[in-house]
Design a protein around this ligand. Sequence first.
Ligand code: NDP
Length: 445
Amino acid sequence: MNYIDRVIKEVRSRNACEPEFLQSVEEVFHSIEPVLEKHPEFEESGILERIVEPERTISFRVAWVDDNDKVRVNRGYRTQFNSTIGPYKGGLRFHPSVYIGIIKFLGFEQTYKNALTGLPIGGGKGGSDFDPKGKSDGEIMRFCQSFMTELYRHIGPNVDVPAGDIGVGSREIGYLYGQFKRIKNQFQPAVLTGKGLNYGGSLVRKEATGYGLIYFMKEMLNHHDITLENKTVVISGSGNVAIYACEKAQKFGAKIIAMSDSKGYIIDNEGVNLDTIKQLKEIERRRISEYVNYHPHAEYHENQQGLWSVKCDIALPCAAENDINIDSAKKIVANGTLAVGEGANMPCTNEAIDYFLENNILLAPAKAANAGGVATSALEMSQNSMRLHWSFEEVNRRLNEIMINIFEITKEAAQEYNLEGNYVAGANIAGFLRVANAMSDQGII
Ligand code: NDP
């Protein structure tokens, strides 16, 4: 049995109840086989055995009182996966599906994504099985305060810097930061990113993941002599990543014809009206089904299963993990889609990824394509440290440069290992090499 298979077998037996984590490990490890052949020293120093084990994982009780004076208890997590190239950095997810396997898969992915940005940030992730849906503002605030009352002792600008993810936006970051400041009696904005603009937040952070996804796509398509202009696009989700991917893709002349939320999807062949989506989803926190009340020519379909049957040139999964399985991948290929861009983390199953690659679909992998959010978080940390506030244009310019650079690194890593055009392998190899080389330099820890 070779080194990779041996370690995967061990990971399976030690983390048997964490399928998402296993999936993310297998995806990375299958890409790096040629790297390990070229670098036997990684096996000698046990890099793989070490890289799959989080440096630290914290699980804690989050008790809070709801609006009916009932005591509620949720579970909070933070996994500090890898600090080799910088302080742990990664978002917090509040969603009922959260358990340790989800947090570990996200922390593992984050480690390589952060490495690809070229910035000094390690990998971490956290969250809770708390469901913000249907909760009042007061309940959200009390939950966030209780969550931070435990988390504060594990984080800091040079230790671990959380941000948002599903269910955690600027409102939640505000409540979390307020509680951190109250406990510590220190104004330390670089402890969290995604903050409001009035207290240390960065312009473009809100837009960064979606914009970054489109900057990466544009670069990848250009490399294959394709432009975004007049291309039809289907986007899953209508949250932070989906909305700003839609905005930037429209700016580059693409036509978004379908979007979804966790209950269903809309098709608007005239092109989705983003103002309506923002009003419904970002401001009023309502359902996407209501879109057709404002645009009666559009269609609404219950459930998301049919979304990937909608014929388009470009598919952008921007909702949740494992959104595109092998059946959806077959439909996407059969419809003549040119490219898939992963805005969400691990939105395609490993089977779907293999199918796309076998069928020459241009696949922009999440670790590279959605790294714009964390990269801009790192820019927010830099502004906080320097006590400066860059303009929208300045941050946007840096974000664009970072995304172009990530594409270059990804492309070159694939070329170096004779895997030209396989950007999944390119991103995994480039991210892995940066972390593994730095780990080698730092000894067996
Ligand atoms: P949001 O909470 O803002 O939006 C999530 C969207 O996806 C909502 O439209 C939601 O529907 C939908 N959704 C959530 N779960 C499911 C599900 N199980 N099935 C179908 N739809 C679902 O999250 P973000 O936009 O921030 O994050 C989306 C993805 O992007 C996640 O994978 C996240 O990890 C990843 N990501 C986010 C970054 C960021 O900066 N925000 C950075 C990098 C990656 P509904 O409205 O009904 O809840």
